[in-house]
Write a protein that binds this ligand. Structure first.
Ligand code: ADP
Ligand code: G6P
Length: 483
């Protein structure tokens, strides 16, 4: 029976080894959480990196790791320490990630890292080729694997290959600065269908294909050798029912079942009649606009002092890529800003910002989503941002307000949110006030229409539409070849 092979750099599970014992946790990030639901429900094999380097896996632990991987319908691509340094931290996260998010001043172009990127993409191809059988469908994900579609297509021309980019595709003016631009475009063009979150990313890609490798494009189709490659936008959804049902169960929880975090949240909520909580959740990443958010909140407390002691920002930052210097600087800057604002405004009974720098279990995420009156999501640039969608899905009483950056892909589908430019503190402060004072009726109207859309366009639907388009693209190719 044919299967789907999902390939991403990170597997949905993260394995750690301590004293010959392995521990397993869930991977963080939109790709992993979104695709996990698709993988669990379907007949698929997921190929990727376990989070461990080859040097970390000993003879005693190899079997245990392998069993855990297989139990989760996965297969592992072995990465060495050198691969992790140059391919993962180096090319993926010091070159492609900042460049594609328009942080050109953070982008480095190192030949050694590029060589490693090519080598590791080839390693992924080798593992895929070991597992692929006739009739299988291949779905490659994200910026760490831009060369992989072509590596597979070269060896298995008849296999149907989809590629989806989970981050923005930058405009031509930015992409043209990239030294290996032609190779990367050709790598992606190994796929039969190339998907993006938004129409803007799609048209940037098409423009680069036209202007940099001079291929003919016809609306959203590219002619390349004897193939027609389709390009389209598929805004990724969430597992709506999972979040909604978890929030419903949370509503019916009794006192003894509450987590410590929930009890602390309750203390603030019940401290006065009009106490409010504002939530932000992200990986600690410079694209997420965390310093801007804290500064805007500080400005809000200065501009509207009547809110001091009444409102609290609950900020969850999940550790991420901490070997990259820019992430270490961001950690320091965030710690300092939280310290500054808390030092400036705190009283004996109130601290304006509660800051958690750790990964929390799913149930605690639900505690946070369901307890906070406002979600304040202010990325400087973000491919989609699933946290915004998850917050809305958990509002089972149809209350709550989403303040969302226009720079997040999600803003294209969430017009009922209060949209802000993350660099405009004046506007953020005003929208925050509007959010905190929004009448219940208006909250309900906005949340209800966003929920209806999220429920309709769930992650399952997203995957289904991608597969349907991929199967159609195969038909187009067969027609051309048989002519
Ligand atoms: P990004 O993909 O850039 O990290 P998104 O907002 O699109 O940003 O996705 C973040 C995802 O990570 C969300 O699905 C969120 O639920 C998930 N997440 C956040 N914190 C945790 C955590 N502690 N454990 C597991 N998943 C988490
Ligand atoms: C974003 C990227 C994913 C990545 C995730 C977590 O969601 O699009 O590809 O897996 O961040 O980052 P990490 O570097 O820890 O895999």
């Amino acid at each position: 029976m044919s299967k789907t092979i999902i390939i991403s750099n990170r597997l949905p599970l993260q394995i750690k080894i301590e004293e010959d014992e392995i521990s397993v946790s869930q991977s963080v990030g939109g790709l992993a959480t979104g695709m996990k639901s698709v993988h669990e429900d379907g007949d698929s094999l997921w190929i990727g990196w376990s989070g461990l380097t080859e040097e970390e896996i000993t003879d005693t632990t190899r079997d245990k790791v392998q069993k855990e991987i297989e139990k989760n319908k996965c297969a592992m691509v072995p990465l060495s320490e050198d691969d992790v340094d140059h391919f993962y931290y180096g090319f993926s996260n010091k070159t492609l990630w900042p460049l594609f998010h328009y942080f050109m001043e953070y982008t480095t172009f190192e030949q050694e890292n590029w060589e490693s990127y090519k080598r590791v993409n080839q390693k992924f191809a080798d593992v895929v080729l070991d597992h692929v059988e006739d009739g299988d469908t291949i779905w490659v994900h994200d910026y760490q694997l831009l060369l992989l579609p072509n590596y597979i297509k070269q060896k298995k021309p008849d296999t149907n290959i989809g590629f989806f980019l989970h981050i923005p595709f930058p405009s031509y003016e930015v992409f043209r600065t990239f030294p290996w631009r032609e190779e990367v475009l050709e790598g992606m063009l190994g796929a039969d269908l190339i998907g993006f979150h938004t129409y803007d990313y799609e048209r940037h890609f098409l423009s680069c294909v036209r202007r940099l490798i001079h291929l003919e494009t016809n609306f959203n189709e590219i002619s390349y050798d004897d193939r027609i490659i389709k390009v389209d936008s598929f805004p990724m959804g969430i597992d709506y029912d999972k979040f909604y049902n978890a929030a419903l169960a949370h509503e019916n929880m009794n006192g003894d079942e509450k987590s410590d975090i929930q009890k602390r949240l309750d203390e603030h909520l019940y401290s006065s009649d009009d106490a409010k909580m504002i939530l932000s959740i992200d990986r600690l990443d410079y694209t997420k606009g965390i310093p801007n958010r804290i500064k805007a909140f500080e400005y809000f407390l200065e501009k509207y002092p009547e809110y001091q002691q009444k409102v609290r920002l609950i900020m969850l930052a999940v550790p991420s890529r901490s070997n990259v210097p820019q992430y270490q600087l961001l950690k320091r800057e965030t710690d300092e800003l939280v310290g500054r604002i808390n030092g400036k405004f705190s009283t004996v009974s109130w601290t304006p910002v509660w800051y958690f720098y750790r990964s929390l279990p799913f149930d605690n995420l639900i505690d946070l989503y369901t307890s906070c009156d406002v979600a304040m999501i202010t990325p400087i640039r973000d491919g989609m941002n699933l946290v915004a969608k998850e917050y809305v899905a958990t509002r089972v009483k149809q209350d709550g307000v989403l303040v969302l950056s226009e720079m997040a892909g999600a803003s294209k589908e969430m017009n009922e949110a209060l949209l802000i430019n993350p660099n405009n503190f004046e506007a953020i402060a005003d929208k925050l006030k509007q959010a905190l004072e929004m009448p219940k009726e208006e909250q309900k109207e906005r949340i209800t229409s966003m929920q209806a859309r999220l429920k309709r366009y769930s992650v399952e639907k997203w995957a289904e539409e991608f597969f349907t388009a991929l199967n159609t693209s195969k038909t187009v190719r067969n027609t051309i070849v048989s002519k």
